[in-house]
Ligand binder design. Structure first.
Ligand SMILES: [Zn+2]
Length: 107
C-alpha cells in the first residue's frame, strides 16, 4: 500500500506512515535501529519487499544508486545490487555528496 511501511523483525513488527519526507526520515531511523539489533529486517514499502541487514565489517557495501558506502543496506528482487536506506526509502541524498563520492570512485 502506497504511503504505508510495514517493518518485520525477529520478535515483532510495526506499521508506520511513509507519506511525507519527515515520516520517511523517521522510518529510516526505525529501520536502521532494528537492523543493527537483528540479523535481518523485512521492509514492505511502495510495493517492494526489502531485506535489510547491518554490516559492521570494514568493507561496507556500496549503494547501487548513490554510491555511498553504508553500514545498513537492503536488497530487493526488484533491483540489482544493494541500496542504502535513504535511496530505498526514497529520500534524497545530497547531489554534492554524490558527486564527491563519484569523483573518489573514479580517482
Ligand atoms: Zn544510496
Amino acid at each position: 500500500m502506497k504511503g504505508i511501511a510495514q517493518l518485520v523483525y525477529p520478535g515483532g513488527g510495526i506499521v508506520l506512515p511513509a507519506r511525507s519526507a519527515y515520516e520517511r526520515q523517521v522510518l529510516v531511523e526505525h529501520v536502521a535501529h532494528r537492523a543493527r539489533r537483528s540479523t535481518v529486517v523485512r521492509l514492505d514499502l511502495d510495493g517492494r519487499r526489502w531485506s535489510i541487514t547491518a554490516d559492521a565489517s570494514v568493507e561496507r557495501p556500496e549503494c547501487g544508486k548513490c554510491l555511498r558506502r553504508v553500514s545498513v543496506a537492503g536488497t530487493s528482487a526488484a533491483v540489482t545490487g544493494v541500496y542504502c536506506l535513504l535511496c530505498l526509502i526514497g529520500l534524497p541524498v545530497s547531489a554534492a555528496q554524490t558527486l564527491l563520492l563519484r569523483g573518489r570512485a573514479v580517482g
